[in-house]
Design a protein around this ligand. Sequence first.
Ligand SMILES: [Zn+2]
Length: 102
Amino acid sequence: MGLVVIMFFFGLAGGVVGRMKGSSFFVWFLISGLIPFFGLLAAVCYRWEDRELRRQCPGCGRVVKLHDTMCTRCGTDLDFPAVAIASEESVRHRLAASRPPG
Ligand SMILES: [Zn+2]
């Protein structure tokens, strides 16, 4: 019984960390619950999805992650681009900063 409780709380912590990083709560809940400690560690070390730079696919115009080597929509091979699109997080910050106070 004790183990189930431990797994649940590790799952919860991993899920929250995963969600914070723009990933799926449920996926990280499962990973961290099934592999207590190491799953949580993986969630903590996992890259921040919404802090990744992005770029636009030249084939179909889809915005993909900068580190993607192939477009997930049209399959175009993507070279490392000269121009990157700002990450979602920095766009949010800019919007928040441009909003008038109050
Ligand atoms: Zn494409």
